[in-house]
Design a protein around this ligand. Sequence first.
Ligand SMILES: NC(=O)c1ccc[n+]([C@@H]2O[C@H](COP(=O)([O-])OP(=O)(O)OC[C@H]3O[C@@H](n4cnc5c(N)ncnc54)[C@H](O)[C@@H]3O)[C@@H](O)[C@H]2O)c1
Length: 448
Amino acid sequence: MNQTRRDFIKKSSVLGVSSLLPFNKNIFEANMKIRTAHIGVGGMGLNDLKSISSHKNVEVAALCDVDINLLNQAHKLFPKAKIFRDYRILLNDIESEIDAVIVSTPDHTHGPASIMAMKKGKSIYCQKPLTNNVIDAREMSKISSQKKLVTQMGIQVHSFYDYKLAKLLIQDDIVGKIHTVRAWSPKNWGFDGKLSKKEDNIPDNLDWNLWLGTSPYKNYLENQYHQYNWRKMVGFGCGTLGDMGVHIFDTPYHALELDIPESITNQCRKPNEVGFPEKNKVSYVFPGTKFTTEKLKWIWEDGKGAPSNHDDLKLPNGDKLPQQGAMFIGEKGRLLLPHFMEIPRIIIDNKYEVVDSYKFEKNGLLEKKPTRNYEKESLLHYHEFIDACLNKKECSAPFSYSSKLTETILLGVIAGRFPGKKLNWDKDKGQFKENKANVFLNQNIRSF
Ligand SMILES: NC(=O)c1ccc[n+]([C@@H]2O[C@H](COP(=O)([O-])OP(=O)(O)OC[C@H]3O[C@@H](n4cnc5c(N)ncnc54)[C@H](O)[C@@H]3O)[C@@H](O)[C@H]2O)c1
């Protein structure tokens, strides 16, 4: 039988780690398996399954999906894994057979599934954004710190070379203290239209009740929710902010060591209770940090035509702005971070400056050079999680960090319900000063 992490830790504490190590350490570590359960194994979940299981210390113990076709597809790859359609049954029935849970469902199920698993003491890799609501994001962070769990948000580009380099450059004061961040994506995960029908027949392969989970009941509509398009729909995803926004926010948020914003304004169309706006322009004000001026202004634009022209975004030599990315605007110059797999560019007095990555590489703060291979570089993030489960490393996007990033994103989404109105956020109370906005902090309410 495989040596599991729990067995290892139990034996280590009974014998005393020092009496056990180094004599048996290598044998234990080589054989130790982190037994994983994967909730949501179609779409990104299949990718997560392949990436996590590529670590030599992983044994895929269980697979769960509400769509039997997608479950069968994953089961063919891991025929020894136990299969489930309801994550609650999986977590209750085989609790003692799993060490870590990978949550790759649509956003509205991240919180309920992760929280249940965390209460059972499991390590969690949860896809981005952490949740679709502020209450669950805070709860996930709280339980992970109370129980000292290994947690990682699935934001693999966090571990990519260019993002690490951008963080190091900013923290090295390369363009001075930052007063403004502009970030953009022309992608559109909103829906301004109307629902064309009332209801479609639920396909036999899908358990619609389980898919809806704790979200308010909706009639099934083909291609409107399952798969992918739930991102656009109120009550399930978080629009473009929750999709591309999380990736593009991550490096400036991390590099500047930001906390939660104090105020948020979203210029978008009026809410329609069906889909998220197809275009958002969100302005945040953050309290300052050691890397920013007293306050930091942050402007996010998404949807067709984003970003709008602005002097902050003009590049030397009339160069074209990357389609998606972020610009840090500092007291001495600017740093452009394209999304993604491109070296950040330093701009001072409207000229590009040489980017000196060598000093970070020689100190071991950065890999020698980028791989420029998406699959290979992505694995760093997944394997970091498994290595953290094995007590060899720490996760770089634990819930203590990623819940705040997620909260920031979600505050922008909620501001979209009050177009053009500045909302003021009381971080300590976890409430808006504008009481009307507080009803949107938690929408996962249905018993199923
Ligand atoms: N990190 C990234 O680069 C990246 C890329 C794509 C998606 N994602 C994230 O991955 C998650 C999934 O997105 P997607 O595009 O794969 O969506 P999807 O709709 O294609 O896939 C979701 C999968 O979860 C299953 N599922 C739904 N509800 C379930 C439940 N209650 N229990 C078990 N399985 C359930 C679905 O049947 C499907 O297999 C989202 O949170 C998304 O933000 C991240």
